[in-house]
Design a binder for this molecule. Structure first.
Ligand code: GLU
Length: 397
């Protein structure tokens, strides 16, 4: 039974990989940098493997970390950069060296590259998001490999994507890639930390990112770049929810990319969810940073979770945070559990005045009415649905 199942999953993996025409490959700092700064031989090797993938007719978008690690070796600070401005300064020093190393490595194969530095703000603003998408598509149509990193120099905490795992998930969705490959310095997801436990078992396939999988990830902190294994799992979950498979594998293993694209079962493979969130809902759920929180009563919780309804003022018990019209907020229930994310039709100050009242009373309290709904269903994504993926979509992009 189990053997048959493994065979089915292996066939499915091969079938999914054979359909990949565009892939995002994320390479972490732990792969690209060593004790003396950038590891040029790894960069050379990966560039040559990526070139082979391109020869198969697959378009590649690269998300490369390593700016801070590379800059750090150059400034001889004697300690790790601590403050955000120190990290930004170090990233500014390291980024040109990083991109030059990639450019040189790809030049040997006659392959051109482009540098794209992006922040959460660029992805939160829908116009900039769509614009970035057009630029990336143009580069790909010109046969150029875009190399993306977070624009560390200008980000402040609120607009930081946080880690390149998250960035790579966003980019996978942005460019409509068919696969996200996350190369790190460990073989994949293990059921415990393989550095402490010799019996730790590699998980070859994840069908669904559930709490068990998240717990495995939380046992493997540190070393693995900014976000650790948890942020890699979160990234894999994000793309799986958009119907895209993901792989976490060891970027230091020679020939890793060739093996993946030849269908060898290495690393941890994340199966895509069948009913994926549409692009716009995915953007609401993941691109925008929530600016506040609405606590709702049991009636509203039920209406949202089980009856596919919008959020009305009558079900709102508490309004937290400062937000404006169109901002993203988290909806939580009376037990403090997050149940959904959505874009609000009213700013926080106005919502505080209309919470708990009937829709028909909005105008008399505020003197105006933007809409009956505080969050329209089209602008709402259930957080539990991000595990179930059943939301209907009315938008194409
Ligand atoms: N943007 C950071 C850098 O290039 C890396 C962030 C990460 O690895 O998640 O150093």
């Amino acid at each position: 039974m189990e053997a048959q199942r493994e065979e089915t999953v292996a066939d499915f993996r091969t079938a999914l990989l054979s359909r990949v025409k565009r892939t995002v490959i994320k390479v972490g700092s732990g792969v690209l940098t060593g004790p003396r700064g950038l590891n040029l031989s790894v960069i050379k090797h990966l560039a040559s493997c990526i070139n082979d993938i391109k020869q198969k007719g697959i378009e590649v978008v690269l998300v490369s970390s390593g700016a801070i690690a590379s800059g750090f070796k150059k400034v001889a600070l004697g300690r790790k950069p601590k403050t955000i401005s120190e990290k930004q300064a170090v990233a500014a020093i390291g980024q040109p060296a990083l991109i030059m190393a990639w450019e040189k490595a790809f030049e040997r194969h006659g392959q051109k590259v482009a540098q794209i530095l992006i922040t959460r703000d660029d992805l939160t603003n829908r116009r900039r998001y769509l614009n970035a998408r057009n630029t990336l598509r143009t580069l790909l149509s010109w046969d150029i490999i875009p190399i993306i990193n977070e624009n560390d120099t200008v980000v402040v905490e609120e607009i930081k994507l946080g880690d390149n795992d998250n960035l790579s998930a966003m980019v996978t969705n942005l460019v409509d890639a068919h696969l996200l490959v996350n190369l790190t310095d460990i073989d994949g997801l293990f059921d415990s930390d393989p550095r402490d436990n010799p019996d730790a078992r590699l998980i070859p396939v994840v069908e669904k990112v559930d709490s068990k999988i998240k717990n495995f990830a939380s046992t493997i902190p540190g070393f693995l770049g900014t976000g650790g294994m948890s942020s890699k799992i979160a990234a894999a979950q994000k793309v799986a929810l958009a119907g895209i498979p993901g792989i976490i594998a060891n970027g230091l293993r020679p020939g890793v990319l060739r093996d993946i694209f030849e269908g060898r079962a290495i690393g941890t493979f994340f199966l895509p969810r069948d009913a994926s969130l549409c692009k716009r809902k995915h953007w609401i759920a993941f691109a925008k940073a929530p600016k506040g929180e609405l606590v709702v009563d049991k009636g509203a919780e039920k209406a949202i979770l089980f009856n596919g309804k919008s959020l009305l003022p009558s079900g709102i018990m508490e309004v937290r945070g400062k937000f404006g019209v169109g901002d993203s907020v988290v909806i939580s229930n009376e037990r403090g559990e997050n149940i959904a994310v959505g874009l609000v039709n009213y700013q926080a100050v106005d919502l505080k005045r209309i919470k708990g009242i009937r829709t028909s009373k909005i105008s008399s309290v505020l003197g105006f009415k933007h809409a009956d709904e505080v969050i329209h269903r089209d602008n709402l994504v259930l957080t539990s649905e991000t595990e179930e993926g059943v939301e209907e979509c009315h938008f194409k992009s």
